[in-house]
Design a protein around this ligand. Structure first.
Ligand SMILES: Nc1ncnc2c1ncn2[C@@H]1O[C@H](COP(=O)(O)OP(=O)(O)O)[C@@H](O)[C@H]1O
Ligand SMILES: [Mg+2]
Length: 268
């Protein structure tokens, strides 16, 4: 067994609650060798979905959190100096292309555009990755797939993907799950009872309605899960919600008071 492949394999089934037909659509995209883009707000289940799909398809998953300091070499690889001279070290994208992994570039817009273009030859019919410094052309393994995610909410003109990048992907548009499903996600993820989960979802909805009215982003499913975990750990619901749901997302005193008030009315 290929050890690199084993290293990146997902052994236990991740819990993923589908919202619609995204699982079947993803399988179809994978079967057609199409690269996939997943758009959506933070903490709505994008990464969990990719983990689940990698598990379901039985493929290794290599995830990379992108940032603006990332260079093409961080993805592709570089020569390292060691006692015996120089040694080439594959980057995560190259490793994924060689072993046939799903390569997940999280928050791709954070990367600079000169970094982003290295994925181009992997995302069209060529399915190759030129390692210019090494003078090697890597042919992607048939199982290799590229998946990128980004949060269109944060997007500015400076931070957007070029059309020439966008138009290489089939895309999913994710959002927070509808209330009944989100209650189930929180309950299943934390072992909380549904009554508590339903109250948290109510607070989440109140905050999401403030998006664009003082909040850049509503309360994510991730934060609702945090609150449920704190409550399960014995913290009083009002304190748990203040700490997990409100303080992280706003510095504005008015918004904070509005949300604290919503918490008090839900957890009377
Ligand atoms: N559909 C879902 N199924 C299961 N868990 C979910 C789902 N959506 C959100 N979650 C929960 O929310 C958390 C954040 O989701 P994640 O996938 O990390 O978000 P992001 O969209 O930022 O990648 C997960 O750890 C999980 O607890
Ligand atoms: Mg993520």
């Amino acid at each position: 067994m290929n050890t690199a492949k084993e290293q990146y394999r997902i052994h236990a089934e991740p819990f993923y609650q589908p919202q619609a037909d995204e699982v079947e659509l993803y399988e179809a995209a994978y079967a057609a060798c199409l690269p996939v883009m997943i758009k959506g707000p933070t903490g709505c289940g994008k990464s969990r979905f990719v983990e689940y799909m990698a598990w379901k398809l039985g493929k290794p998953l290599i995830s990379v959190a992108c940032n603006e300091d990332m260079t093409a070499s961080d993805l592709v690889g570089r020569y390292l100096l060691d006692a015996n001279g120089t040694r080439w070290l594959d980057g995560p994208l190259t490793t994924a292309a060689r072993i046939g992994a799903i390569c997940y570039l999280d928050e791709i817009v954070e990367a600079r555009q000169d970094t982003t273009v290295v994925i181009h030859p992997l995302t069209d019919h060529r399915r190759t990755l030129p390692l210019d410094k090494k003078g090697e052309l890597v042919e992607a393994h048939p199982d290799f797939q590229l998946v990128i995610s980004y949060n269109p909410g944060y997007q500015s003109l400076m931070k957007d993907l070029k059309q020439s990048t966008k138009q290489r992907f089939a895309a999913f548009e994710f959002d927070y799950a509808p209330a009944d499903l989100e209650v189930g996600i929180i309950a299943k993820e934390t072992g909380s009872d549904e009554a508590i989960a339903a109250k948290l979802v109510k607070i989440g909805e109140a905050a999401r309605n403030l998006k664009g009215h003082g909040l850049d982003e509503g309360i994510s499913t991730r934060l609702l899960v945090y609150a449920a975990m704190l409550i399960k750990g014995g913290i009083a619901p009002r304190s748990a919600c203040r700490m997990a749901l409100v303080r992280p997302i706003t510095d504005d005193a008015d918004i904070r008071d509005t949300l604290d008030h919503a918490i008090d009315s839900v957890f009377e």
